[in-house]
Design a protein. Structure first.
Length: 317
Protein backbone atom coordinates (compact mmCIF):
# COMPACT_ATOMS: atom_id res chain seq x y z
CA UNK A 1 0.00 0.00 0.00
CA UNK A 2 1.41 3.45 -0.84
CA UNK A 3 2.88 5.39 2.10
CA UNK A 4 0.39 8.18 1.48
CA UNK A 5 -2.60 6.00 2.50
CA UNK A 6 -3.01 3.82 5.59
CA UNK A 7 -5.83 1.32 6.14
CA UNK A 8 -7.62 1.46 9.50
CA UNK A 9 -9.96 -1.48 10.16
CA UNK A 10 -13.10 -0.27 11.96
CA UNK A 11 -15.49 -2.86 13.47
CA UNK A 12 -19.12 -3.06 12.36
CA UNK A 13 -22.07 -5.10 13.65
CA UNK A 14 -22.66 -6.60 10.18
CA UNK A 15 -21.71 -9.98 8.63
CA UNK A 16 -19.54 -8.19 6.04
CA UNK A 17 -17.07 -7.45 8.83
CA UNK A 18 -15.00 -4.31 9.45
CA UNK A 19 -15.21 -1.19 7.34
CA UNK A 20 -11.93 0.09 5.96
CA UNK A 21 -11.29 3.69 6.90
CA UNK A 22 -8.38 5.17 4.98
CA UNK A 23 -6.04 7.73 6.48
CA UNK A 24 -4.63 9.98 3.76
CA UNK A 25 -1.37 11.45 4.97
CA UNK A 26 -1.73 14.94 3.60
CA UNK A 27 -1.15 18.17 5.45
CA UNK A 28 -3.59 18.27 7.13
CA UNK A 29 -4.44 14.56 7.03
CA UNK A 30 -7.82 13.29 5.84
CA UNK A 31 -9.93 10.18 6.30
CA UNK A 32 -12.16 8.29 3.87
CA UNK A 33 -15.18 6.47 5.37
CA UNK A 34 -14.85 6.76 9.17
CA UNK A 35 -17.15 3.80 9.86
CA UNK A 36 -20.26 3.31 12.01
CA UNK A 37 -21.23 5.10 15.20
CA UNK A 38 -20.77 2.45 17.89
CA UNK A 39 -18.68 2.56 21.05
CA UNK A 40 -16.28 0.00 19.61
CA UNK A 41 -15.96 1.79 16.26
CA UNK A 42 -15.42 5.26 17.70
CA UNK A 43 -12.82 3.98 20.19
CA UNK A 44 -11.04 2.09 17.41
CA UNK A 45 -10.95 5.05 15.04
CA UNK A 46 -9.60 7.45 17.67
CA UNK A 47 -7.00 4.95 18.93
CA UNK A 48 -5.74 4.02 15.46
CA UNK A 49 -5.53 7.64 14.35
CA UNK A 50 -3.54 8.49 17.48
CA UNK A 51 -1.23 5.52 16.94
CA UNK A 52 -0.66 6.74 13.38
CA UNK A 53 0.36 10.15 14.73
CA UNK A 54 -2.75 11.85 13.37
CA UNK A 55 -5.21 12.45 16.23
CA UNK A 56 -8.82 13.03 15.23
CA UNK A 57 -8.59 16.73 16.05
CA UNK A 58 -5.99 17.18 13.27
CA UNK A 59 -8.16 15.70 10.50
CA UNK A 60 -8.86 18.34 7.87
CA UNK A 61 -11.23 16.46 5.54
CA UNK A 62 -13.63 13.52 5.64
CA UNK A 63 -14.73 11.83 2.39
CA UNK A 64 -17.67 9.44 2.16
CA UNK A 65 -17.57 6.97 -0.72
CA UNK A 66 -21.33 6.38 -0.34
CA UNK A 67 -24.30 6.88 1.94
CA UNK A 68 -24.44 3.60 3.87
CA UNK A 69 -24.46 3.64 7.66
CA UNK A 70 -21.35 1.51 8.12
CA UNK A 71 -19.35 4.05 6.11
CA UNK A 72 -20.63 7.48 7.14
CA UNK A 73 -22.04 6.61 10.59
CA UNK A 74 -19.58 8.44 12.83
CA UNK A 75 -18.82 11.16 10.30
CA UNK A 76 -20.91 13.77 12.13
CA UNK A 77 -19.13 13.08 15.39
CA UNK A 78 -15.72 13.17 13.70
CA UNK A 79 -16.57 16.43 11.95
CA UNK A 80 -17.69 17.95 15.26
CA UNK A 81 -14.43 16.97 16.95
CA UNK A 82 -12.14 18.04 14.12
CA UNK A 83 -13.94 20.78 12.21
CA UNK A 84 -13.07 18.82 9.06
CA UNK A 85 -14.55 19.65 5.67
CA UNK A 86 -16.81 16.85 4.42
CA UNK A 87 -17.33 15.48 0.91
CA UNK A 88 -19.87 13.12 -0.71
CA UNK A 89 -21.50 12.71 -4.11
CA UNK A 90 -24.61 14.86 -4.47
CA UNK A 91 -26.84 11.80 -5.00
CA UNK A 92 -25.96 10.32 -1.58
CA UNK A 93 -25.43 13.56 0.34
CA UNK A 94 -29.14 13.89 1.16
CA UNK A 95 -29.09 10.49 2.89
CA UNK A 96 -26.04 11.45 4.93
CA UNK A 97 -27.37 14.85 5.88
CA UNK A 98 -30.96 13.76 6.53
CA UNK A 99 -30.47 10.48 8.41
CA UNK A 100 -32.51 8.94 10.01
CA UNK A 101 -35.50 10.68 8.39
CA UNK A 102 -34.29 10.18 4.82
CA UNK A 103 -33.18 6.61 5.51
CA UNK A 104 -36.51 5.83 7.16
CA UNK A 105 -38.54 7.21 4.27
CA UNK A 106 -36.45 5.26 1.77
CA UNK A 107 -36.92 2.08 3.82
CA UNK A 108 -40.70 2.51 3.96
CA UNK A 109 -40.91 3.20 0.25
CA UNK A 110 -38.90 0.10 -0.63
CA UNK A 111 -40.98 -2.07 1.69
CA UNK A 112 -44.13 -0.83 0.01
CA UNK A 113 -42.64 -1.76 -3.35
CA UNK A 114 -41.57 -5.16 -1.99
CA UNK A 115 -45.19 -5.91 -1.04
CA UNK A 116 -46.22 -5.22 -4.62
CA UNK A 117 -43.51 -7.69 -5.70
CA UNK A 118 -45.06 -10.45 -3.58
CA UNK A 119 -43.29 -10.13 -0.23
CA UNK A 120 -45.70 -10.89 2.63
CA UNK A 121 -46.79 -7.89 4.70
CA UNK A 122 -45.65 -9.48 7.95
CA UNK A 123 -42.14 -9.99 6.54
CA UNK A 124 -41.85 -6.40 5.29
CA UNK A 125 -42.92 -5.20 8.75
CA UNK A 126 -40.30 -7.44 10.36
CA UNK A 127 -37.62 -6.18 8.00
CA UNK A 128 -38.58 -2.56 8.59
CA UNK A 129 -38.31 -3.05 12.35
CA UNK A 130 -34.95 -4.75 11.87
CA UNK A 131 -33.52 -1.89 9.82
CA UNK A 132 -34.95 0.81 12.05
CA UNK A 133 -33.17 -0.99 14.87
CA UNK A 134 -29.77 -0.33 13.29
CA UNK A 135 -30.39 3.33 12.42
CA UNK A 136 -28.62 4.47 15.64
CA UNK A 137 -25.25 3.35 14.26
CA UNK A 138 -25.23 6.59 12.27
CA UNK A 139 -25.91 10.25 12.90
CA UNK A 140 -26.57 12.94 10.28
CA UNK A 141 -23.55 14.82 9.00
CA UNK A 142 -23.50 18.06 7.00
CA UNK A 143 -21.81 17.63 3.62
CA UNK A 144 -19.77 20.71 2.77
CA UNK A 145 -18.98 19.82 -0.83
CA UNK A 146 -21.21 17.80 -3.15
CA UNK A 147 -18.99 15.83 -5.48
CA UNK A 148 -19.52 15.10 -9.16
CA UNK A 149 -17.78 12.90 -11.68
CA UNK A 150 -14.36 14.21 -12.69
CA UNK A 151 -13.99 16.54 -9.72
CA UNK A 152 -10.61 16.71 -8.03
CA UNK A 153 -10.25 16.66 -4.26
CA UNK A 154 -7.12 18.10 -2.69
CA UNK A 155 -6.65 16.28 0.62
CA UNK A 156 -3.80 18.23 2.12
CA UNK A 157 -1.75 18.15 -1.07
CA UNK A 158 -2.74 14.59 -2.05
CA UNK A 159 -5.06 15.01 -5.03
CA UNK A 160 -7.64 12.41 -6.03
CA UNK A 161 -9.94 12.35 -9.05
CA UNK A 162 -13.58 11.54 -8.23
CA UNK A 163 -15.11 8.75 -10.32
CA UNK A 164 -18.88 8.45 -10.06
CA UNK A 165 -19.37 4.67 -9.96
CA UNK A 166 -23.10 4.15 -9.27
CA UNK A 167 -24.87 0.84 -8.81
CA UNK A 168 -24.35 -0.11 -5.17
CA UNK A 169 -25.88 3.30 -4.38
CA UNK A 170 -26.85 6.22 -6.60
CA UNK A 171 -23.93 8.30 -5.36
CA UNK A 172 -21.15 5.74 -4.95
CA UNK A 173 -17.74 7.15 -5.82
CA UNK A 174 -14.26 5.75 -6.29
CA UNK A 175 -11.14 7.86 -5.79
CA UNK A 176 -8.25 7.65 -8.24
CA UNK A 177 -4.70 8.78 -7.39
CA UNK A 178 -2.97 8.71 -10.75
CA UNK A 179 0.60 9.33 -9.60
CA UNK A 180 0.66 6.20 -7.43
CA UNK A 181 -1.93 4.28 -9.50
CA UNK A 182 -3.99 3.81 -6.33
CA UNK A 183 -7.75 3.27 -6.52
CA UNK A 184 -10.07 3.60 -3.52
CA UNK A 185 -13.16 1.66 -4.54
CA UNK A 186 -15.57 2.03 -1.61
CA UNK A 187 -18.07 -0.83 -1.92
CA UNK A 188 -18.12 -0.77 -5.71
CA UNK A 189 -15.36 -3.37 -5.98
CA UNK A 190 -14.31 -5.72 -3.18
CA UNK A 191 -11.61 -8.33 -3.43
CA UNK A 192 -13.23 -11.17 -1.52
CA UNK A 193 -17.00 -10.81 -1.92
CA UNK A 194 -19.43 -9.60 -4.58
CA UNK A 195 -21.10 -6.30 -3.61
CA UNK A 196 -24.88 -6.10 -3.76
CA UNK A 197 -25.91 -3.92 -6.68
CA UNK A 198 -29.40 -3.38 -5.25
CA UNK A 199 -32.24 -2.26 -7.55
CA UNK A 200 -33.94 0.92 -8.72
CA UNK A 201 -37.53 0.08 -7.77
CA UNK A 202 -39.86 3.08 -7.94
CA UNK A 203 -37.06 5.35 -9.07
CA UNK A 204 -36.69 3.75 -12.50
CA UNK A 205 -34.33 6.52 -13.61
CA UNK A 206 -32.03 6.07 -10.59
CA UNK A 207 -28.47 4.97 -11.27
CA UNK A 208 -28.78 1.84 -9.14
CA UNK A 209 -28.83 -1.85 -9.83
CA UNK A 210 -26.76 -4.31 -11.89
CA UNK A 211 -27.02 -2.39 -15.19
CA UNK A 212 -25.34 0.73 -13.80
CA UNK A 213 -23.10 -1.31 -11.54
CA UNK A 214 -21.66 -3.29 -14.45
CA UNK A 215 -21.02 -0.05 -16.36
CA UNK A 216 -19.11 1.23 -13.34
CA UNK A 217 -17.01 -1.93 -13.23
CA UNK A 218 -16.16 -1.56 -16.92
CA UNK A 219 -14.87 1.92 -16.17
CA UNK A 220 -12.69 0.78 -13.27
CA UNK A 221 -11.19 -1.98 -15.41
CA UNK A 222 -9.80 0.64 -17.83
CA UNK A 223 -7.63 2.25 -15.14
CA UNK A 224 -3.94 1.24 -14.88
CA UNK A 225 -4.33 0.64 -11.16
CA UNK A 226 -1.48 -1.00 -9.25
CA UNK A 227 -3.52 -1.44 -6.09
CA UNK A 228 -7.17 -1.19 -5.08
CA UNK A 229 -8.20 -0.17 -1.57
CA UNK A 230 -11.75 -1.48 -0.97
CA UNK A 231 -14.40 -0.53 1.58
CA UNK A 232 -14.21 -4.01 3.17
CA UNK A 233 -11.53 -6.68 3.11
CA UNK A 234 -7.89 -6.63 2.12
CA UNK A 235 -6.33 -4.45 -0.60
CA UNK A 236 -5.78 -6.25 -3.89
CA UNK A 237 -3.74 -5.71 -7.04
CA UNK A 238 -5.66 -7.44 -9.83
CA UNK A 239 -8.40 -4.91 -10.54
CA UNK A 240 -9.15 -6.21 -14.03
CA UNK A 241 -9.29 -9.80 -12.85
CA UNK A 242 -11.57 -8.89 -9.96
CA UNK A 243 -13.87 -6.95 -12.28
CA UNK A 244 -14.00 -9.99 -14.57
CA UNK A 245 -14.88 -12.30 -11.66
CA UNK A 246 -17.68 -10.04 -10.42
CA UNK A 247 -19.02 -9.49 -13.93
CA UNK A 248 -19.19 -13.24 -14.57
CA UNK A 249 -21.05 -13.67 -11.27
CA UNK A 250 -23.70 -11.13 -12.29
CA UNK A 251 -24.24 -12.69 -15.71
CA UNK A 252 -24.56 -16.13 -14.10
CA UNK A 253 -27.05 -14.77 -11.56
CA UNK A 254 -29.02 -13.14 -14.35
CA UNK A 255 -29.31 -16.50 -16.13
CA UNK A 256 -30.38 -18.23 -12.89
CA UNK A 257 -33.10 -15.65 -12.27
CA UNK A 258 -34.42 -15.99 -15.81
CA UNK A 259 -34.41 -19.78 -15.61
CA UNK A 260 -36.40 -19.68 -12.34
CA UNK A 261 -38.95 -17.17 -13.60
CA UNK A 262 -42.40 -18.52 -14.47
CA UNK A 263 -45.75 -16.81 -14.87
CA UNK A 264 -46.88 -18.18 -11.51
CA UNK A 265 -43.84 -17.01 -9.53
CA UNK A 266 -43.53 -13.54 -8.04
CA UNK A 267 -40.08 -11.96 -7.56
CA UNK A 268 -40.41 -12.84 -3.87
CA UNK A 269 -41.02 -16.51 -4.75
CA UNK A 270 -37.64 -16.63 -6.49
CA UNK A 271 -35.78 -15.94 -3.25
CA UNK A 272 -36.66 -19.32 -1.78
CA UNK A 273 -35.50 -21.04 -4.96
CA UNK A 274 -32.21 -19.17 -5.32
CA UNK A 275 -31.36 -18.40 -1.68
CA UNK A 276 -32.97 -20.97 0.63
CA UNK A 277 -32.69 -20.52 4.42
CA UNK A 278 -31.55 -16.91 4.45
CA UNK A 279 -31.41 -15.31 7.94
CA UNK A 280 -33.60 -12.24 8.43
CA UNK A 281 -30.57 -9.92 8.20
CA UNK A 282 -29.88 -11.16 4.65
CA UNK A 283 -33.39 -11.56 3.24
CA UNK A 284 -33.39 -8.04 1.83
CA UNK A 285 -30.01 -8.57 0.17
CA UNK A 286 -31.33 -11.72 -1.51
CA UNK A 287 -34.48 -9.91 -2.59
CA UNK A 288 -32.43 -7.02 -4.00
CA UNK A 289 -30.28 -9.50 -5.92
CA UNK A 290 -33.37 -11.05 -7.55
CA UNK A 291 -35.17 -7.79 -8.36
CA UNK A 292 -32.02 -6.06 -9.58
CA UNK A 293 -31.36 -8.81 -12.10
CA UNK A 294 -35.01 -8.82 -13.21
CA UNK A 295 -34.59 -5.10 -13.96
CA UNK A 296 -31.41 -5.90 -15.89
CA UNK A 297 -33.24 -8.58 -17.89
CA UNK A 298 -36.00 -6.06 -18.59
CA UNK A 299 -33.45 -3.60 -19.99
CA UNK A 300 -32.10 -6.37 -22.22
CA UNK A 301 -35.58 -7.24 -23.49
CA UNK A 302 -35.67 -10.74 -21.98
CA UNK A 303 -38.52 -9.94 -19.58
CA UNK A 304 -41.32 -7.41 -19.41
CA UNK A 305 -43.00 -5.73 -16.48
CA UNK A 306 -46.72 -5.61 -15.75
CA UNK A 307 -47.97 -3.21 -13.07
CA UNK A 308 -51.27 -2.69 -11.29
CA UNK A 309 -51.80 -0.47 -8.24
CA UNK A 310 -51.17 -3.40 -5.89
CA UNK A 311 -48.92 -5.70 -7.91
CA UNK A 312 -45.73 -5.69 -9.99
CA UNK A 313 -44.97 -8.76 -12.09
CA UNK A 314 -42.05 -9.68 -14.33
CA UNK A 315 -42.84 -12.05 -17.19
CA UNK A 316 -40.74 -13.59 -19.89
CA UNK A 317 -40.86 -11.42 -23.00
Amino acid sequence: MPDLVERLSIPTPFPVGPTNCYLVRGDPPAIVDPGPLTDSATETLERKLAEAGCPLERIGAIVFTHGHLDHFGQGGRAKGRSGARTYAHAADARLIEGHPETTGKASSRYMEYARRLGMPVELTEKLERHYHGIFPIAEPCPVDEKLSDGARIDLGGVVFEVLHTPGHTRGSVSLWHEASATLLTGDTLLGSVTPNAFFAGYASDAEMGPYHYLRSLERLATLPARIALPGHGKPFEDVKGTVERVTIHHHERKREVLAALTEERSPYDLIALLFPRLPLSEVWLGFAEVVGHLELLEREGAVRREETPDRVRFLRA
